[in-house]
Design a protein around this ligand. Structure first.
Ligand code: F6P
Ligand code: MG
Length: 499
C-alpha cells in the first residue's frame, strides 16, 4: 500500500534537462499570420498587438499619463474656480466646491498612480459599460499599467463623475470656455472658407456631365484635406496656443494643401473618391472629433457633400460629455451653429465676411430642421472600449452604422480606437488593423482622417516609418503628418451577432 506520508512519496526536486541538441524553439504556432494574438483571444487588456501603457517610457503614453493629464486637470480646476467666483447662491457654491474637491481627489489619484476604481453610479446609462469593463479586465490595474487608451478615457469619465453626482452642475463642461475662445480666435481661416462656400456650389455654365464630375473630384480632394487638417487644432495638445499658432495650423489656401498632401503618409484619397463618386443621395456619417474649427471644417465638407448630390443624409456623432478636452458635445454643436447666425465672435470681420458666415450658418440650421443633418450622441463613444467592440458592446450602434454608405472617423483618438491603440507594425493594412469593423458582415465602408498625434501608425510603408523614426523622432506626435485610410467593409451582408 502506498504510504503518502513517507519521504519517498515527496515530489521529485526540479529536474533540469540540457536540451542543447534538440531543434530550436519556433514561433508563430496557431497565429493566422495577421495578428500575433488571434481576434477571438483579444480583450481590452490584451490587444491584437502589445498595448501601449503609461509606464512605457518610450511612448507618448508615458508623457500623457505622467504630465499632460495632470496639467489638463489643473487647468480644468482653474476654470471651475472661475465659475465658482461668479456664483452668488450658497447652495450652488457649496455644490460646486464639492465638485472641486472631487477633482482634487482625481488629481491625487493620478499623481499617486492609484488603482482604477469603479465609476460611482450617477444614474447615467454608461455605468454598466464602464464598470463591467473594469471588473472583467482591469481589476487591480492602475493608471500607469492599464493600457493607455483605457486609462486615459477612464480619467475623462472620472472627471465627468466629479460633476455628474452633483445637484446643480451635472452637465458642467470644464473645457467649454477654451473651446469657444479658440474658435473666436480662428477668424482668418473661418472666413477663408465661409466666403468660398456660403454661396451654394455650382458648375461652370454649360458644363458637360464629364466636366461636372471632374469639378466634383477636384473639390472633393481639396475639401477632404480641409476636413483632415482641421484635426490639427486639438486643444489637448495645444494648451497655450498663440494667435499665430492657430493661423499656421489653419491655413486652408490651395498652396498649403498641395504642400501638405505629401505629408499624408497613407493616402487612400483616390479610393475614397471612387467610392464617393458612385454615391447619389447616399448617407454619410461623421464620427466627430474636436469642436470649434475642426467641427466647422467638417460641416463645410458635409454641406458640400449634400449640395453636390452625393449625400442627402448626414449623421454627426458627438460625445455626451466633455471628452479629451476639445471633443464635440451637443452644446458645442448648438453653440457653433447659433453663433454663426446670431453671434458677434469676430469683431474684425468685414460686413461681407460676417454675412457669408451667417448665410452658411442659416443653411446648416435649415438642414437640421429638414432632417438632412442629424446630430447624435450614443453613450458608446464615451467609453474605454475600442471600436473592435462596437458590435459586441453596442450592437444597436453597429446596426445603425451598417446603414451608412461611408463612416468617416475624424482625428487621432478615433484612430487609436479603430486600431486598438497597440504596437502594430506600421505597414499593417488598415482593414486588418481595424479588425471586426472591416470584417464583420454588414460592416460599412470606414475611413479615418487623422493627423498623427500619438504612437500607433498603420497603413504606412515600413521604410517610411523607419526613416522618420530615425530622422524625425517626434513625427508620431507632431501632427505634421497624416493618414487618410479606407476600408471597404462588407456592406449589404446581413448583420449577425453572436448569441
Ligand atoms: O492625449 C493624447 C491624445 O489622446 C491623442 O490621441 C491625441 O494626441 C489627442 O489626445 C487627441 O487628439 P484628437 O483630438 O485628434 O483625437
Ligand atoms: Mg479630440
Amino acid at each position: 500500500m502506498a504510504d503518502r506520508s513517507h519521504p519517498s512519496a515527496k515530489p521529485a526536486a526540479r529536474t533540469v534537462l540540457n536540451l542543447g541538441n534538440l531543434p530550436p524553439k519556433r514561433q508563430g504556432f496557431g497565429a493566422n499570420g495577421l495578428y500575433p494574438r488571434t481576434p477571438s483571444r483579444v480583450d481590452p487588456n490584451n490587444p491584437p498587438w502589445p498595448a501601449y501603457r503609461g509606464y512605457h517610457e518610450y511612448s507618448f503614453a508615458h508623457e500623457t499619463m505622467g504630465k499632460r493629464l495632470p496639467t489638463i486637470l489643473g487647468k480644468a480646476v482653474d476654470d471651475v474656480v472661475k465659475t465658482l467666483n461668479e456664483q452668488y447662491e450658497e447652495e450652488k457654491i457649496v455644490d460646486l466646491s464639492q465638485c472641486i474637491e472631487r477633482m482634487q481627489q482625481l488629481m491625487s489619484d493620478l499623481n499617486n498612480n492609484a488603482k482604477l476604481r469603479p465609476i460611482v453610479d450617477d444614474g447615467e446609462g454608461d455605468i454598466p459599460l464602464w464598470n463591467k469593463e473594469i471588473a472583467k479586465f482591469f481589476r487591480g490595474k492602475d493608471f500607469m499599467n492599464a493600457p493607455w487608451l483605457f486609462a486615459e478615457a477612464y480619467k475623462y469619465r472620472r472627471l465627468h463623475e466629479c460633476f455628474s453626482i452633483s445637484k446643480y452642475w451635472k452637465d458642467y463642461d470644464v473645457f467649454f470656455r477654451q473651446k469657444c475662445d479658440t474658435f473666436s480666435r480662428s477668424g482668418t481661416a473661418v472666413f477663408e472658407l465661409s466666403t468660398r462656400f456660403a454661396i451654394p456650389f455650382s458648375y461652370e455654365p454649360n458644363a458637360t456631365e464629364a466636366e461636372k464630375l471632374k469639378a466634383r473630384e477636384l473639390v472633393f480632394h481639396e475639401l477632404t484635406q480641409v476636413c483632415l487638417w482641421g484635426n490639427a487644432t486639438d486643444l489637448s495638445l495645444l494648451i497655450n496656443m498663440t494667435e499665430e499658432d492657430i493661423k499656421n495650423l489653419q491655413s486652408t489656401g490651395g498652396e498649403h494643401l498641395a504642400a501638405t498632401e505629401k505629408n499624408i503618409l497613407g493616402n487612400h484619397l483616390n479610393r475614397m473618391w471612387k467610392l464617393v463618386s458612385s454615391m447619389k443621395n447616399g448617407r454619410i456619417d461623421f464620427v466627430l472629433d474636436n469642436a470649434g474649427f475642426e467641427l466647422y471644417c467638417d460641416c463645410v465638407y458635409a454641406d458640400w457633400l449634400v449640395q453636390a448630390g452625393i449625400a442627402s443624409e448626414i449623421h454627426f456623432h458627438g460625445k455626451r460629455f466633455a471628452w479629451f478636452v476639445s471633443d464635440v458635445t451637443r452644446k458645442d454643436w448648438d453653440w457653433l451653429l447659433n453663433s454663426m447666425v446670431y453671434g458677434s465672435l469676430f469683431p474684425h470681420g468685414t460686413d461681407a465676411e460676417l454675412a457669408s458666415l451667417k448665410q452658411m450658418g442659416q443653411r446648416w440650421k435649415e438642414y437640421e430642421k429638414q432632417g438632412k443633418w442629424v446630430y447624435e450622441q450614443h453613450p458608446f463613444w464615451c467609453t474605454g472600449y475600442t471600436f473592435w467592440s462596437i458590435s459586441t458592446e453596442a450592437p444597436d450602434l453597429f446596426l445603425h452604422l451598417a446603414g451608412s454608405d461611408l463612416v468617416l472617423f475624424k482625428g487621432d483618438l478615433n484612430h487609436r480606437k479603430l486600431t486598438y491603440d497597440c504596437q502594430a507594425p506600421s505597414q499593417t493594412p488598415f482593414d486588418i488593423a481595424i479588425g471586426p469593423l472591416a470584417s464583420d458582415d454588414g460592416a460599412p465602408p470606414v475611413a479615418s482622417l487623422r493627423t498623427i498625434k500619438s504612437d500607433v501608425v498603420v497603413g504606412v510603408p515600413q521604410e517610411v516609418a523607419d526613416r522618420l523614426d530615425s530622422e524625425e523622432p517626434g513625427w508620431r506626435i507632431s501632427g505634421k503628418y497624416a493618414v487618410v485610410l479606407l476600408s471597404d467593409g462588407l456592406k449589404g451582408l446581413p448583420v449577425k451577432f453572436d448569441k
